[in-house]
Design a binder for this molecule. Structure first.
Ligand code: GLC
Length: 659
């Protein structure tokens, strides 16, 4: 069946809608139509949730912002790693000084709207099943409308990819519901253990929780795992946002974290004699007790203490993304509207949007600048950073106020969003057809009509790709730069591209197809491979520089990271394939808690606890919780996902006729 026929078929079947389903569909349509406008996006969640659950009057809790305002202080100069990191605040212009602006905006916790739907009780089962069936159909109709839309504009290779449109016939309307039902009854003890351990990892500053420790393994040397890492905190923060208020949801820790890290951004960041950009966010921070001054103090790392001294390019993007999640979930707009928060966002964006020598809209990066924070051959234009960059651009587009220089910045953001999505959707995309095109590329083409735009020599395609590429499936490759395509699969970049709608709905579906087709390679016995395949032998020696921690199928080099389960789950729900996530979660549940929540697993199938893995790694715990919270309540996805930007689904740019 062609997608268009399927759409027609479903539209016919859809006639018997319940009033609640009507409301939900309207909300979804509204959200899609107005995706580019801040107000619609934020209100869509509210509508979605209220349509999903008919709630009794929800308990509302206002945030005590004045408590947060007390938590800032001038950092202690010259202590430990702070030696080359001095404050520029000098105690002046405290971040909280304009606190309380816009008091008319209600501060509601999203958990109030979604919390009551956390479990589907038996007396409501029939009704819920019906609602979910309708929802399922409508979500699919909704996304297929876009696939049909897209087909006219973009991906010639995609049209011939076997995966597109085919899984539609196999779609199981009850899939979301069965996932919910099964998971609701299982592993309560594991969930409880996870919540308890997460709580124990809280880091306090002046009595307020401001983040979570990276790991709490009493048997291993702390190294820097006793710090709050910005990227690691994201799943912890999401878990606290998604957890129903009645069960202990905690948006306040997220708010405190966002303000605290914003404060650290304000420090002058110096490494040797060189000063880093103003917008750089820390990779991590910790709270120390200065017994001499008898007060707590903060120590932050902006890359100066990291292996290889690389600044974390991902931190700022994650910060913006989490800020949007917080706002979307709590409806507390006062945080993102604070002048200092607006400024923080602008500083991050200025680092990425400034004019230079670039001929690509992608962001040039050093190796080790993100989750893979050691040399692994990701220098250049790594997909993880490009996808996070795009996600952060779209999030800030919703939150930036068009006042003063804001308008100009918004224009630059819009242009970059268009250019970046065109570039990634076209040049990073690899499926069977595209691989065949590259295999037959001619080289040395000079004009703008070149087909082989980056002069990639077909002989540089590694052998493994030909076996790995299924007929049904495709993905965004790891890196594209002159004469270089890194064909490796990276999970984070691909999932973020789905969540941010950097890829088209058709591409998102095709990525899911790949995961199914290559399950043994990408998931195996434990989810999930951070990258596939591993570098071995000569490649390992030259690319990693003989890194003993990144030997083949270990750690960042083809190791397995349970923390990534939340990203896969979100992508699965977004593409209407929760059963894939459920399968992965089941695998993880068999071992993760028994093994003491390790940081990573080793081996081709992910069978062995990682050689140097910390136990009680916080994001292994919170990643699992977020995955469960989304499977139990798929509406939670909206906290971390963006609908397609209608303006770029029909780009003005057209492909070169020679393509
Ligand atoms: C390791 C990981 C990094 C993570 C940190 C803390 O350095 O490579 O991604 O943020 O540990 O868990």
């Amino acid at each position: 069946m062609e997608p268009a026929d399927s759409l027609f078929y479903l539209q016919q079947k859809e006639e018997r809608r319940t009033p609640i389903a009507e409301q939900l569909l309207e909300t979804l349509e509204k959200e899609s139509d107005e995706a580019s406008e801040k107000s619609s996006d934020f209100s869509a969640l509210q509508g979605f949730k209220s349509a999903w659950y008919s709630l009794p009057s929800a308990e509302k809790k206002n945030f005590k912002e004045d408590e947060v305002s007390e938590c800032f202080e001038e950092p202690l100069l010259g202590s430990l790693e702070t030696d080359d990191v001095k404050s520029t605040h000098n105690g002046e212009a405290p971040l909280e000084s304009r606190e309380g602006e816009n008091p008319s905006i209600p501060k509601e916790k999203c958990q109030d709207s979604i919390g009551k739907g956390e479990s589907y009780k038996s007396q409501e089962e029939n009704e819920s099943t019906e609602k979910l069936e309708k929802l399922n159909k409508m979500v699919r109709v909704h996304s297929y409308e876009k696939i049909v839309d897209d087909a006219s504009v973009a991906h010639i290779p995609l049209k011939s990819c076997a995966s597109i449109g085919t899984n539609f016939e196999n779609f199981e309307p009850n899939s979301i519901y069965s996932a919910i039902k099964l998971n609701n009854t299982e592993n309560t003890a594991m969930m409880e253990e996870a919540w308890e351990t997460l709580k124990k990892s809280y880091v306090y500053y002046k009595g307020l929780p401001v983040g979570t420790l990276a790991a709490m393994d009493p048997t291993a040397e702390a190294l820097n795992y006793n710090q709050v890492f910005v990227r690691d905190f994201v799943p912890s923060g999401l878990a606290c946002l998604m957890r129903p208020a009645s069960a202990g949801g905690d948006p306040e820790i997220v708010k405190n974290f966002l303000l605290k890290t914003l404060h650290l951004q304000g420090w002058e960041k110096r490494i040797d004699n060189f000063t880093l950009g103003e917008g750089v966010m820390p990779a991590s921070f910790k709270v120390l007790y200065d017994s001499h001054r008898q007060r707590e103090t903060l120590v932050a790392d902006f890359g100066g203490s990291a292996i290889g001294r690389v600044a974390p390019v991902d931190s700022g993007f994650w910060w913006i993304i989490l800020l949007r999640s917080y706002t979307k979930c709590t409806h507390d707009y006062t945080l993102s509207e604070k002048p200092e928060v607006q400024r923080g966002m602008k500083l991050i964006l200025n680092l990425c949007l400034s004019d230079g020598f670039d001929t690509f809209p992608t962001l040039l990066c050093a190796d080790g600048c993100s989750m893979i924070d050691r040399r692994m051959g990701i220098y250049g234009y790594p997909i993880e950073i490009q996808a996070l960059f795009y996600f952060a651009l779209r999030c800030s587009r919703q939150m930036l106020k068009p006042e003063r220089d804001g308008k100009e910045l918004i224009k630059r953001i819009d242009k970059r969003i268009t250019a970046l999505s065109y570039h990634i959707r076209n040049y990073y995309w690899l499926d069977f057809t595209q691989l065949n095109n590259i295999y037959r590329y001619k080289t040395e083409e000079y004009s703008h009509t070149a087909v082989n735009k980056f002069n990639v020599i077909p002989e540089s395609i590694p052998d493994w790709v030909f076996d790995f590429m299924p007929l049904r499936g495709g993905y965004l490759i790891g890196n594209v730069s002159p004469a270089r395509m890194d064909f490796r699969w990276f999970l984070v970049g691909n999932c973020i591209a789905i969540l941010s709608s950097l890829v088209t709905p058709a591409q998102a579906t095709t990525i899911m197809d790949l995961i199914e087709e290559r399950w043994e390679d990408l998931i195996g016995e434990m989810p999930l491979k951070i990258v596939y395949p591993a570098l071995e032998g000569h490649d390992w020696r030259t690319v990693t520089g003989f890194d003993p921690k990144n030997t083949r199928w270990s750690y960042h080099n083809g190791g397995t990271w349970p923390a990534l389960i939340w990203l896969l789950t979100a992508a699965c729900i977004k593409t209407g394939r929760p059963q894939i996530a459920k399968r992965a979660i089941e695998l993880l549940e068999q071992r993760l808690s028994k093994d003491g929540w390790p940081e990573y697993y080793d081996g081709k199938a992910g069978r062995y606890v990682g050689k140097q893995a910390r136990r009680y790694q916080t994001w292994s715990i919170s990643g699992y919780l977020v995955a469960k919270l989304m499977i139990e309540n798929p509406a939670n996805l909206l906290i971390i996902s963006l609908e397609e930007d209608k303006r770029i689904s029909k780009p003005k740019l057209t492909r070169s006729i020679s393509f």
